[in-house]
Design a protein around this ligand. Structure first.
Ligand SMILES: CC(C)(COP(=O)(O)OP(=O)(O)OC[C@H]1O[C@@H](n2cnc3c(N)ncnc32)[C@H](O)[C@@H]1OP(=O)(O)O)[C@@H](O)C(=O)NCCC(=O)NCCS
Length: 170
């Protein structure tokens, strides 16, 4: 389906910001940042964020259709773990395989770096995202009350993990 997964860089600022504005406005449960916080980011701050190298995207030709945070743990004792998030596909591309391509890209990247655990947090009422992660093999490890507050209301986050370790006999 000619979808490309790659690291986002400072050249992607405009497309990344547009997708973040759309996502935080339309799917507030899917993000830690509020739409107002994204709106308030200066161009310089956006370039700084993209410069960290911790964001990935899925493109069809030149169009950015999905974005994903990819953050390996920094300390040697935790270097087997990588955390994903945010994880967002533009509304018109949801249900079309773009999210699958993005997850496959992140998992392939984790494997290529020798990481064995891929982890993420998801709001307990984000049923579509939960179904998606479970289909990709993520397993629920913990339920975390009051992790996030949206407009003052406490939310429950779920901590999910995908184990990439080779299985006996696999
Ligand atoms: C989460 C997200 C990336 C998944 O991508 P997607 O293209 O929508 O995912 P898919 O359509 O491939 O899979 C979604 C699954 O949820 C199911 N689903 C759809 N609506 C649902 C609902 N209301 N309740 C439960 N399951 C639902 C679909 O049938 C599908 O199930 P299947 O895999 O068994 O067919 C995308 O929906 C998105 O960007 N959401 C907004 C941002 C967000 O919430 N991100 C997650 C942050 S943790």
């Amino acid at each position: 389906m000619d979808l490309n997964y790659r690291r986002l860089g400072t050249q992607d600022v405009a497309a990344w910001r547009a997708l973040m504005l759309e996502g935080t406005r339309d799917f507030p449960l899917g993000f830690l940042q509020s739409a107002a916080e994204v709106q308030a980011l200066s161009g310089e701050r956006c370039r700084e964020i993209l410069g960290y190298g911790a964001l990935r995207g899925v493109f069809r030709q030149d169009a950015l259709l999905g974005l994903c945070g990819y953050r390996p743990q920094m300390f040697a004792r935790m270097a087997h773990r990588v955390e994903l998030g945010p994880f967002y596909v533009t509304r018109k591309a949801q249900g079309t395989g773009v999210a699958d391509r993005m997850m496959a890209g992140a998992i392939a990247e984790a494997r290529s770096e020798g990481r064995s655990l891929v982890e993420l947090y998801v709001d307990a009422e984000n049923h579509r995202a939960i179904a998606f992660y479970q289909r990709h093999g993520f397993r629920l490890l913990a339920r975390l009350p009051d992790c996030v507050r949206i407009d003052g209301g406490a939310r429950v986050d779920l901590f999910y993990r995908l184990d990439l370790s080779p299985r006996d006999g696999a």
